[in-house]
Design a binder for this molecule. Structure first.
Ligand SMILES: Cc1cc2nc3c(=O)[nH]c(=O)nc-3n(C[C@H](O)[C@H](O)[C@H](O)COP(=O)(O)O)c2cc1C
Length: 181
């Protein structure tokens, strides 16, 4: 499989089989995320893997019940992975402040995609979830109030094994050479 094949293969899976995910698979995905680049090599992330069934449904309930019910599919995912941002190196933090750029968000996004691409290579489906109840999620897992959960990734084997066609802007819409427009 080429890298482009893999990039095509990964898509947001919103319906999962009731099949357990081998822990070794999760560990490989975490290793892929661990190798991700980050501003000043801060690696400002911590991954919490929730695979214990009772806790997982408690978390899904806390995260998505109510207004965020469109993420209800998460209840079918056998594993939920939370990415909690950690302190950046002072140089990355200063750079973020001086340049007005949220480097830690870029960092966690890159690590999340490493995780998801590795999962796709192993035949696992994932969906990154940015819409969830931050307060209730932190309360459920006893995450300190000052920490921030940046993303939740649902993980499992896709119920439907056909890869949907990507909906993307055309290359001409997103690429120019040597000028803005
Ligand atoms: C930062 C981020 C947050 C997202 N949040 C959600 C979400 O809360 N619920 C959801 O169903 N999908 C969510 N997605 C998935 C996107 O909708 C999806 O990646 C996009 O539509 C492209 O489709 P694909 O992943 O199947 O290629 C999120 C994706 C990203 C990168």
């Amino acid at each position: 499989m080429t890298f482009l094949d893999l990039a095509n293969k990964r898509y947001s899976v919103r319906n999962y089989k009731d099949t357990a995910v081998p822990k070794e698979h999760i560990e490989v995905c975490i290793e892929a995320a661990r190798l991700a680049p980050s501003a000043c090599n801060s690696q400002p992330w911590k991954f919490i893997i929730v695979d214990q069934p009772q806790l997982r449904s408690q978390l899904a309930k806390a995260a998505f019940e109510g207004l965020l019910d469109f993420n209800h599919f998460v209840f079918s995912a056998p594993v939920l992975v939370l990415i909690v941002s950690q302190r950046q190196k002072i140089s990355a933090k200063l750079g973020s402040i001086v340049k007005g750029r949220d480097f830690h968000l870029m960092d966690t996004g890159i690590a999340a995609e490493h995780f998801c691409l590795q999962a796709a290579e192993l035949g696992l489906g994932t969906c990154m979830l940015g819409w969830f109840n931050q307060k209730k999620v932190k309360k459920t897992l006893w995450i300190p109030t000052l920490k921030r959960v940046e993303l939740i990734i649902s993980v499992g084997f896709a119920a439907d094994e056909t890869t949907p066609k990507k909906k993307r802007k055309s290359t001409d819409e997103i690429r120019t050479y040597n000028k803005y427009s």
